[in-house]
Design a protein around this ligand. Structure first.
Ligand SMILES: Nc1ncnc2c1ncn2[C@@H]1O[C@H](COP(=O)(O)OP(=O)(O)O)[C@@H](O)[C@H]1O
Ligand SMILES: [Mg+2]
Length: 310
């Protein structure tokens, strides 16, 4: 059973179809990148899943529960971070979190420990007595994450948490999300800037004009697009001999030896790096590392939205 699911989700705002028959599935423990240009319907989808908006047709499910029928239970399981932050004049970081801890009904005796934990996790402990308004944008985004973690939700729905952040703050958010994934959370994260997400997502869904035009892994996008994936490989021993083993495979388009290893390009449409590891290990070669070379999701996105793939 998927942890997050939509079935035929459709939403009209008056005559405007913001979502049309959107179905997607996100497995437990995944980071799912929800990608699309402004106005595509990302916020609408996320607000429906967070029980804040009713769909015109279709259903959303969190952990198997219909969000339209189990509002209270779903809200306990979901941490939803909206795409803007309200203004909280004169509140200190600690007070801000206290407020939400109380709102979630956390017992007074437990609040201190929980707030300490979420501050630690988001690396804001030193800012606990600072005014919220004085924090940098990156810190404010981490504070928003701290807030949605207070009730220890299984599922995080994060609407453009990295937008407007400088590269350093983006990396901090990315590391935090990877840490949350390690803790077993299922994360749906949206962005209109694809390269913000490509390194941290297990799966991506691309949405345009209220329709999901693609959903799958990075490797599947690549396969669908006919892009070839590239990997940097390092082995123990004879590099040339190892490169030759790979050159003999039809699934491998090219192998270039350079420096302390070699670059392998898979043939068009071949997905996954398991093949390289398997082949080398079977040939008795010790593999030190197989690293994907930067795969530019932006390119794939541009091609997809140009209507090349339907
Ligand atoms: N409350 C609303 N009333 C009318 N139209 C809306 C409302 N919210 C969003 N829309 C419209 O619905 C479409 C999808 O919006 P949204 O879900 O916010 O997209 P995204 O988050 O991908 O930018 C857009 O055309 C937007 O203008
Ligand atoms: Mg939005």
């Amino acid at each position: 059973m998927p942890m997050i699911e939509t079935r035929g989700l459709t939403k009209y705002y008056g005559p405007l179809a913001a979502l049309t028959d959107l179905s997607l599935q996100i497995d437990e423990g995944d980071i799912f990148g929800f990608i699309g240009p402004n106005g595509a319907g990302k916020t609408t989808t996320m607000r429906i899943l967070a029980t804040l908006l009713e769909p015109t047709r279709g259903q959303g499910f969190i952990n198997g529960l219909d969000v339209g029928k189990n509002g209270l239970k779903v809200r306990r399981m979901v941490g939803y971070m909206p795409d803007f932050m309200g203004v909280y004049d004169d509140l200190k970081v600690y007070e801000y979190l206290e407020f939400f801890a109380a709102a979630f009904g956390l017992e007074r005796s437990k609040r201190k420990a929980v707030i300490g934990d979420v501050l630690e996790l988001t690396d804001l402990t030193v800012k606990r007595s600072s005014p919220v308004d004085g924090l940098s944008r990156g810190m404010q985004q981490r504070l928003q994450l701290a807030r949605v973690l207070i009730h220890d939700p299984k599922v995080l729905i994060l609407d453009e948490p990295a937008s407007g952040l400088d590269p350093r703050a983006r990396i901090e958010i990315r590391e935090l999300l990877c840490e949350l994934k390690r803790m077993g959370k299922t994360i749906m994260i949206s962005s209109h800037i694809l390269s913000e997400l490509e390194e941290m997502c297990d799966h991506v869904g691309i949405i345009e004009s209220g329709k999901l035009i693609f959903s799958g892994t990075m490797a599947e996008i690549s396969a669908r697009m006919g892009l070839s994936l590239k990997f940097r490989v390092r082995v123990v021993g004879d590099i040339e001999a190892a490169a030759d083993v790979l050159r003999s495979l039809p699934e491998i388009a090219d192998v270039q030896v350079s420096g302390d290893g070699f670059d392998v390009s898979l043939a068009e449409g071949v997905a996954g790096d398991g093949l390289i590891a398997r082949t080398l290990v079977r040939a008795g070669i010790d593999v030190v590392a197989i690293m994907p070379k930067q795969f530019k999701l932006d390119d794939a996105f541009l091609q997809l939205t140009k209507g090349i793939v339907h």
